[in-house]
Design a protein around this ligand. Structure first.
Ligand code: ATP
Ligand code: MG
Length: 231
């Protein structure tokens, strides 16, 4: 079996603006294999989030195809897209998106409630995931009682709890100081090497960029460089 997880072919994404349109992604061709630790880098407005959203089946291409785990995102029904996201993808957002009334434990449990998993299995997965992220002593806290770095770690635990094949992270360090950023990146590096989880970032943070094993540079919706980084 091929290890290609994602294949993007001649992808164009344009948005209607008034009577015209704005081309946010222009003729993108990329492939991603299992276990990559990669990211889209480039200036604000270059198309990083747009591309990540298409890979995450939150949006579809205007032209061309994006095939994720063997399925073209353009052809998925709403339910199929939701199944792809719930069962195979993990999302980490800049703003965490934690639910304030829920505890750390309950926030991490949410993606598992969408799946058919027993309470005891859920508990095992949640405790494992919180341990990975060093949050065992915060299980009963609510987001308002946590620091920004801790909230971001909860959001990573929530993305990792299902052990997804692919984690998509949009500016995951935007609200963190240098120490927390490095801690989080080292944790993701560890999950990448131990679980072979594929990570794809969208970022302009130099701290994130220095961890990438492959750096894909976007400018005005085009890939202008695609480099393997040897450390
Ligand atoms: N729904 C939309 N309608 C119209 N234009 C859009 C829409 N979404 C994105 N764009 C435009 O597409 C371009 C790319 O946006 P995108 O959010 O992908 O950039 P980005 O590289 O993630 O930037 P940043 O670093 O600021 O997050 C921008 O010029 C943006 O204004
Ligand atoms: Mg963005």
């Amino acid at each position: 079996m091929s290890s290609t997880l994602i294949k993007i072919t001649d992808l164009v994404k344009s948005f209607p603006i008034g009577k015209g349109k704005f081309t946010a992604l222009n003729q993108i061709n990329l492939e991603f294999s299992k276990g990559e630790f990669t990211g889209f880098v480039g200036p604000s407005g270059s198309g990083k989030t747009t591309l990540l959203n298409i890979i995450g089946s939150l949006d579809i291409p205007t032209k061309g195809t994006a095939t994720v785990l063997g399925k073209s995102v353009s052809n998925l029904s709403k339910k199929e897209a939701a199944d792809l996201r719930n069962n195979h993808l993990g999302f980490i957002f800049q703003t965490y998106n934690l639910l304030p009334v829920y505890t750390v434990y309950e926030n991490v449990e949410l993606p598992l409630l969408l799946q058919n998993i027993s309470a005891s299995e859920r508990k095992k997965a949640i405790l494992q995931s919180l341990e990975w992220l060093g949050l065992t002593d915060k299980i009963k806290s609510r987001p308002a009682q946590l620091s920004g770095g801790e909230c971001q770690r909860v959001s990573i635990a929530r993305a990792m709890v299902k052990e997804p094949e692919i984690v998509l992270a949009d500016e995951p360090t935007a609200n963190l100081d240098a120490k927390n950023s490095h801690h989080i990146l080292q944790t993701m590096e560890k999950l990448n090497s131990e679980l072979k989880t594929t990570f794809i970032f969208a970022t302009h943070d130099e701290k994130v960029i220095q961890y990438l094993k492959r750096k894909i540079s976007l400018e005005d919706g085009k890939v202008v460089a695609d480099e393997q980084i040897t450390k």
